[in-house]
Design a protein around this ligand. Structure first.
Ligand SMILES: [Zn+2]
Length: 133
């Protein structure tokens, strides 16, 4: 998804909303034996400010499935998390950079998927691991 900042500025459309399905890279899920199922739903809004910085609020929604990190049974979980980021035209370690013309959301959305995923996937909240009887 691209936000065409220069064009939107010319059209005086300083705010807007977007929604799309994003197919993440295969290796985006860091939990062993698990993967992101299908595509990630990305929904959000942007606001272009006077200094050409652009505020973007968005939510990523997706499912992780695979094997429980403790007992290896099939497990699945839904993840939904909101992010609030800023794109600027100069180098700034706290924000995302763009060229002043178009914003490509890919890197920010990939980061959002990385930051929003849990460290483990469990078949149920109180899973204690493989039963040894
Ligand atoms: Zn389990």
């Amino acid at each position: 998804m691209k936000i065409e900042v220069k064009k939107l500025n010319a059209l005086k459309k300083y705010t807007g909303v977007f929604e799309y399905d994003y197919q993440p890279p295969e290796d985006i899920c860091l939990i062993p034996l698990c993967k992101v199922e299908g595509s990630v739903k990305v929904q959000g809004s942007y606001e272009i400010y006077d200094d050409d910085s652009v505020g973007v609020n968005f939510t990523v929604k997706y499912s992780i499935n695979g094997q429980c990190s403790y007992c290896l049974k099939d497990a699945k979980m839904k993840v939904e998390k909101a992010f609030d980021i800023l794109f600027v035209t100069e180098d700034d370690p706290d924000n995302y950079r763009y060229d002043g013309i178009n914003i490509d959301l890919k890197a920010a959305v990939d980061d959002a998927i990385l930051f929003s995923q849990p460290n483990v996937l469990l078949c149920r909240e109180d899973c204690t691991g493989i039963d040894i009887k």
